[in-house]
Design a protein around this ligand. Structure first.
Ligand code: ATP
Ligand code: MG
Length: 484
C-alpha cells in the first residue's frame, strides 16, 4: 500500500502564494483555496460525510464545485460525478447503481432533483451546515484508494461506473507532464465539464504541478479565443466541435505564442480541422483516452500531426499498448482491438461482473476500440468494435465513411451504421443532417471518389438531428430508429 502526502496540503505548503484557480475576474491562491476547502470539508463532515462515504455531485463548472470536490478528498469520501446534461431517470440509475450515500447539488438543479425517485439523501450546497470542528485533516492519501467514480458516456450501452484511484490520477498526471513538460507560467484552460475525466483531470494536475486552472462555466468560443490570445493561457483541453467553433470565430487572427498546447481528444479528429490548425500554427496534440484510462493514454505531438495525420500518437510514458487480433498480437498495419496497461488504468467497473471479466486479462485492459499500429509504432484508432460493419466478409469502419461525408460542404453531421442485408450480411447506411437537400446521386459520386465501392453507403437518409448522448457523442446503435 503506497501513500503520499495529501496533495492539496502539500501544494499549499510548497507554493502557497501561487495562483490555483481563476474564474472571471476572481482568483484564488493555493493557500486561499486550501483555507476554503478545509472549511467546506468541515461543514460537509456535519451532514455527515465520513471517510469512505460515497458522495455524488451534480454541479456545474464553478469555483464552488472545485472547492467541494477538493473538500470531499480532504474527508476521504469517494466523489461520484453526475453529468448535468442527463435526465433525472439517468441520474437515478447512477445513484442507485453506486448506492450513493448523499447527493450534493447546486441550486440550479433543485427542480430536477425533486423529480428524482431515489432514496439517496439530497443536499443543496447553498444550504450546507455552518458548523465546524468535526474534520480530521488527512495527512496522507493512499494510492490504492478510490478517489472518484465516473460513469462512461454510454455510447455503446448503459454507462458503466469506473473506479478511479488516487494512484490512477497520479500516474495520469505524471504521464501527461512527462510528455508536455511543465513551464513556470503554465495555466490550463478548463471549459470542458468537470464531471468528465477531461475536466476533473485538470483540477488534479493543477494541484500536483502547482499551476492555475482558468475555469469557464461553459464553452464560449469568443471568450476562449480572447483567453488564448491574451498570452495567459498556455494549455487547453478541447474536443473537435469546440475547436471548429473556435477557428470560425478566430477568422484570420491567430493565438498568442505563449499558447503551447491544445489537447484534442474525446473522439476522432477530422483531417481538414488538423490542416487548418497547422496553417494557423495552432499547436494541436491529438489524444486518445477514455474514462477507464483516467484521461489520455496516447498522444501525438504537433511536429508529427501532419506527418502522421489521423494518428492519435504513441502511448505516454510509462503506459503500454498493443493490438490484439484473434488472441495474438497483430502485425504493423493489421487492425485489432486496442489493449492497454498502466498504473493509470482503472482497477475495474462497479457492479459489472461480466464486463470486469471480459475487459481485464493478465493486467491488460481491452478498450473495445479497434485500431492498428503503423511501422513506426504510431496508434491509429479506427472505430469501436461494437460499431464495426461486416459486409461480404469485409470490415467497414463507420467513422471512415462519416469523415468522408463530413468533408462535403452540404453535410453538417453524419452517422453511419450497418443494416441487415440478404446478400452481404450487412451494408452501410448513412444518416445525414444537411445544409441543403443535396441529392443521393451527388453524395454517392462524392463517396465513390474517396471510398472503395463496398464502403459507399447503400442509402442516404436525411434527418433533422442525430441521436447523441449526454457527452454529445453520436449513438450509432440508435440510428436504425429512423428506418422504422
Ligand atoms: P461507453 O464506454 O459507455 O460506450 P464512451 O466509450 O463513449 O462510452 P468515454 O470514456 O467518455 O465513454 O469515451 C472514450 C471513447 O471515446 C474511447 O474508447 C474511444 O472510442 C473514443 N475516443 C477517444 N479518443 C479518441 C480518438 N482520439 N479517436 C477516436 N476515438 C476516440
Ligand atoms: Mg467506452
Amino acid at each position: 500500500m503506497s501513500t503520499m502526502p495529501n496533495w492539496l496540503l502539500k501544494r499549499a505548503g510548497l507554493t502557497p502564494r501561487r495562483k490555483a484557480l481563476v474564474f472571471g475576474r476572481k482568483s484564488w491562491s493555493f493557500e486561499e483555496m486550501l483555507h476554503i476547502v478545509l472549511e467546506t470539508a468541515d461543514n460537509l463532515a456535519f451532514l455527515p460525510i465520513f471517510k469512505g462515504s460515497r458522495a455524488a455531485v451534480l454541479m456545474s463548472n464553478r469555483p464552488e464545485t472545485v472547492f467541494i470536490i477538493h473538500a470531499l478528498q480532504q474527508i476521504g469520501a469517494e466523489v461520484v460525478f453526475l453529468n448535468s446534461r442527463l435526465t433525472p431517470s439517468e441520474w437515478a440509475f447512477q445513484l442507485n447503481d453506486c448506492k450513493a450515500d448523499i447527493l450534493l447539488f447546486e441550486k440550479s438543479f433543485e427542480k430536477s432533483v425533486q423529480q428524482l425517485s431515489v432514496t439517496t439523501k439530497t443536499v443543496c450546497i447553498n444550504r450546507l451546515p455552518k458548523e465546524t470542528g468535526q474534520l480530521k485533516i488527512r495527512e496522507e492519501f493512499n494510492l490504492d484508494e478510490v478517489c472518484s467514480i465516473m460513469y462512461t458516456s454510454g455510447t455503446t450501452g448503459k454507462p458503466k461506473g469506473v473506479l478511479q484511484t488516487y494512484g490512477n490520477h497520479w500516474w495520469s498526471a505524471a504521464g501527461s507532464v512527462l510528455n508536455l513538460g511543465l513551464r513556470e507560467d503554465d495555466m490550463w484552460l478548463c471549459t470542458v465539464p468537470l464531471y468528465h475525466i477531461s475536466g476533473f483531470s485538470i483540477l488534479l494536475r493543477s494541484v500536483i504541478y502547482g499551476i492555475p486552472v482558468m475555469l469557464m462555466d461553459k464553452f464560449d468560443e469568443k471568450k476562449v479565443n480572447d483567453a488564448l490570445s491574451s498570452g495567459k493561457v498556455t494549455i487547453m483541453s478541447a474536443v473537435s466541435s469546440m475547436l471548429n467553433r473556435m477557428l470560425s470565430e478566430l477568422g484570420d487572427e491567430t493565438y498568442h505564442p505563449n499558447f503551447r498546447c491544445l489537447l484534442l481528444g474525446g473522439g476522432p479528429a477530422p483531417r481538414p480541422l488538423l490542416e487548418s490548425c497547422k496553417k494557423k500554427n495552432i499547436p494541436v496534440y491529438q489524444t486518445y483516452g477514455m474514462t477507464e484510462t483516467v484521461s489520455q493514454i496516447v498522444t501525438l505531438s504537433p511536429e508529427d500531426s501532419l506527418v502522421k495525420i489521423g494518428s492519435a500518437g504513441k502511448p505516454l510514458f510509462p503506459f503500454q499498448l498493443k493490438i490484439m487480433n484473434e488472441g495474438r498480437e497483430a502485425a504493423p498495419l493489421e487492425p485489432g482491438e486496442i489493449v492497454v496497461r498502466g498504473p493509470n488504468v482503472t482497477p475495474g467497473y462497479l457492479n459489472r461482473e461480466t464486463a470486469n471479466k471480459t475487459s481485464f486479462q493478465d493486467g491488460w485492459f481491452s478498450t473495445g476500440d479497434i485500431g492498428y499500429l503503423d511501422e513506426d509504432g504510431y496508434v491509429f484508432v479506427l472505430d469501436r468494435r461494437s460499431d464495426l460493419i461486416i459486409s461480404g466478409g469485409e470490415n467497414i469502419y463507420p467513422a471512415e465513411i462519416e469523415e468522408v461525408l463530413l468533408a462535403h460542404p452540404s453535410v453538417i453531421e453524419a452517422g453511419v451504421t450497418g443494416v441487415a442485408d440478404e446478400k452481404w450480411g450487412q451494408v452501410p447506411y448513412a444518416f445525414i443532417v444537411s445544409r441543403d437537400d443535396i441529392s443521393e446521386e451527388r453524395l454517392v459520386d462524392f463517396c465513390r471518389e474517396r471510398l472503395a465501392p463496398y464502403k459507399v453507403p447503400k442509402k442516404f437518409i436525411h434527418v433533422g438531428e442525430l441521436p447523441k448522448n449526454g457527452a454529445n457523442k453520436l449513438v450509432r446503435r440508435e440510428l436504425v430508429q429512423f428506418l422504422k
